[in-house]
Design a protein. Structure first.
Length: 537
């Protein structure tokens, strides 16, 4: 088997700070290699260095070599790299919404790759787009090709990214957390698809992930990274069964665990919803007449008490995030919504502002929700300024520093900008922005989806601790059922905008009644997707 990618002694620095040191690895044609490690370990920087996508001159390479099919890419011209990117080497990025053009519909985005590299006509490109959407399990988008990225769920956005990456059948696919935003059943489908495409096209795969279950069943070889260096490398099964390095052993042992704190069943109601509906119109024709509706949330009722966590689970596009936004009045809805016993569904935006401090949201896509023009300190400070908390700049800075420490960051990081952090660190910044106001109710929309296992466990412990200290009520939205089981007292299972099953977490997890719930549980905890051996955990 011929060598496709050779990386030797790669060094990558941002200014004076070394992000990657002495990194070396190989991938054969049709082979697969996984880079694993905690957030900030240098996995994504190593992959971006291959394609020379890091910002110049801030990022530079003091040393090292990157050869693709025998051709040296280190120092290659912009023209040559443009020929390779998206054609022979494609990449699936970690945060789809920040990678997709917000002004172009999904057909335009996929078409662009086909037009640039294949010079296809419009009709031929349309056929290829439809074929790709079928391949990635996004058939429902075939009637919404003119929809913009923000009109899709996080998992659907990721599948659009995968379709773009596979459009030209590349020799090497770099997948940076390709299933981060996907629910467990779609994870299994996407991983199965990637395995099939590898076999069919002879495509090599460089997989970057914090999900060790995926690594074990997707990659032939694995490199474990820590603090910018590869600390262990070898055949995947050997590394998993007999790890040599202490860091590898610690990484393999890390997983969210424990159970939620005991909640008071008679605690005051914080949030209640009755028959909540969010319907989006489907308009067609020259006059854009409404011909139907997308029933994102279709008649859902729920209650959340102080000190309680309500878990909301379901596949991508089931309406979980839309429900969370509706409860916070960030999305127009029908039906009754009460906060601390006070009706808020009919109130104006201005009249709701005093309540905003008490109800906060952590969004799914941290990079898309953090302003790139503001420092971390300014981002977290914004809520303090709006609500008049902290009398002076120094007082606010102290509050911000304390909050950053609570979420596992350093106080002096408030002078840095979002792009200087890893995906997991950016998610912690998003959590800090919400926590700094000490709310009563928090909607947590996939708060651990971008985090590696060890940090997931830390965040779960942090959320439990904050709930205990401040008697917080959480609406916890996630496709990661292991995290939901560790945090939620009650669970609702959503599908196509409706609740298909609800009850205490213990009952739903131990004895799911609906076939759909059983399928989710099986995919999350133990079921093999099929004979390929891909596991969704």
């Amino acid at each position: 088997m011929s060598r496709l990618l050779e990386v030797r002694d790669l060094h990558t620095s941002f200014g004076e700070a070394e992000a990657v040191r002495d990194v070396s690895f190989d991938i054969d044609a049709g082979g697969s290699l996984a880079l694993v490690g905690e957030s900030g370990s240098g996995k994504s920087v190593s992959a971006l260095s291959v394609l020379q996508l890091l910002p110049y001159p801030l990022a530079h390479h003091p040393g090292g070599s990157v050869k693709f099919a025998g051709e040296e890419l280190m120092g290659a011209g912009h023209g040559r790299m443009r020929e390779l990117r998206g054609n022979r080497i494609a990449m699936i990025f970690q945060e789809p919404l920040s990678s997709l053009n917000p002004l172009h519909d999904i057909e335009q985005q996929i078409n662009e790759v086909l037009f640039v590299h294949k010079s296809m006509g419009r009709r031929e490109a349309r056929d290829r787009v439809e074929e790709l959407l079928h391949l990635v399990g996004l058939e429902e988008a075939l009637t919404r090709l003119d929809a913009l990225p923000h009109e899709f769920s996080g998992g659907q956005q990721q599948r659009v990214m995968i379709a773009m990456a596979l459009a030209n059948e590349p020799d090497l696919l770099i997948a940076d957390e390709p299933t981060t935003a996907l629910d467990v059943t779609v994870q299994a489908q996407i991983l199965k698809l990637l395995k099939e495409l590898q076999a069919k096209l002879g495509m090599a795969l460089l997989l970057i992930t914090h999900d060790l279950g995926i690594v074990r069943h997707m990659a032939e070889r694995v490199c474990v990274m820590n603090d910018g260096e590869i600390v262990e490398t070898g055949v995947t099964e050997a590394v998993f069964t007999q790890p040599d390095h202490e860091y590898t052993k610690r990484l393999l042992a890390a997983e969210p665990s424990g159970r939620p704190l005991i909640a008071d069943a008679e605690a005051p109601l914080v949030m209640a919803a009755d028959n909540t509906k969010v319907w989006f119109p489907i308009r067609k024709g020259i006059v854009r007449r409404t011909v139907d509706h997308v029933k994102a949330v279709d008649g859902i009722s729920l209650t959340v008490r102080a000190g309680q966590t309500l878990g909301v689970v379901g596949e991508s596009g089931s309406g979980k995030s839309t429900l969370g936004r509706a409860l916070l009045r960030l999305e127009k809805s029908d039906g009754d919504i009460e906060f601390h016993g006070e009706a808020i569904h009919g109130r104006s935006w201005k009249s709701l502002q005093p309540l905003r401090r008490q109800m906060q949201m952590v969004f799914q896509d941290p990079f898309g929700s953090l302003s790139p023009r503001l420092s971390v300190g300014q981002i977290v400070e914004e809520g303090l300024l709006v609500h008049g908390i902290g009398g002076s700049f120094d007082e606010r800075r102290a509050i911000i520093g304390k909050t950053l420490k609570e979420v596992g960051l350093q106080a002096d990081m408030q002078d840095r900008y979002p792009h200087e952090f890893s995906g997991g660190q950016r998610q912690r910044i998003s959590i800090a922005r919400a926590l700094v106001l000490r709310p009563d109710f928090m909607v947590l929309d996939e708060p651990t989806s971008a985090l590696d296992m060890s940090v997931q466990a830390q965040i779960v412990d942090l959320l439990r601790d904050l709930q205990k200290r401040h008697n917080l009520a959480y609406l916890f939205i996630s496709h990661d059922l292991k995290v939901v089981r560790a945090l939620a007292h009650d669970v609702i299972v959503m599908r196509r905008g409706r609740v298909v099953e609800a009850g205490t977490a213990d009952k739903v997890f131990a004895n799911p009644k609906e076939a759909y719930t059983r399928a989710l549980m099986a995919a999350a905890f133990h079921m093999r997707a099929d004979e390929t051996g891909v596991v969704a955990t």
